[in-house]
Design a protein around this ligand. Sequence first.
Ligand SMILES: [Fe+2]
Ligand SMILES: [Fe+2]
Length: 311
Amino acid sequence: MIESFKGVITKQENYRSIFSTATSEERNENFKSYWNFSQDHSGRLIESEKDLEKKRAKLRFFQEKPVRSRKPLANPELFYANYVHLKDDPKIFDKKTLLLTCIYKFARHEWVGISGAWDAIPSLAESKNITEKISRVHLAEEFCHVRFFHEMFRTFHLDEVKWVPLGPLMQKVYQLFPYVPEMLMAPPAFVTELMGITFYQHVDALLDEVFYDEPEAKTRIRELLHEIMVDELAHIGQRRNFIGSWGIRVAKLMVSPLYRLFYKDIPESSLLFDIDSMVHDGLSFDYNNVSQELLERSWIPSYCKLSSVDN
Ligand SMILES: [Fe+2]
Ligand SMILES: [Fe+2]
């Protein structure tokens, strides 16, 4: 299980479980609070480019001050042969290649999911209420994450990475998902966000070991990862806020099967991570082991804060 990750660690128990219940009044207030946060956090939506002003500026900052690893990967061809579909035995991979192909496969699912959803949900101008607006900006943030992932690969001289659609069945599943009624869609949508933050926490905890001989590149990868994590910390609270009291129980029951099913499709994951520990961390998630530096840049539902916390 992740004890902590980079930055100043929150020492006290300041937060409640992400599975804490909330009244519909609390949830309505939290949608307003989240919307205000996300407007300020990501800036203006550039609908035609699936981009956000402040996120774009951040990416430009990274691109204009590029960091590249001292050495390319030991065998870049191994990465290119296996990053989309695993063809070789991952047990022969060096740790850097293993982690980078695993990150790509995780991010690829996200990219396919958001690409299907973008065409299915209302644009910001067509949105009729605050939750539709939130969902639109949320998707644009996810597109920004794919750009940050792309920059991670470039940090390791992997300039030829392509974003490749999944097989026809999974492609269809992701395309149909946004049409499922909100009540049924909310628990699995929340669990996939929770799975994202759990994955990024576990990746963060591995960076020092895997990239020990690439200090500059490791720092850059962590900066890019933290850009994503700040959003994802906010997303889990936001998606949790869509769920009522019975739905949150359903979501909890979904954590273990969904995590395990998802990682089955990424064989690298079990060589890098303890999947049981990821499930445990998802079920026990409460923000208390997240660095203060990340929390201060993110958003937490009011009902997940103990009264002494006033951020
Ligand atoms: Fe994301
Ligand atoms: Fe997300």
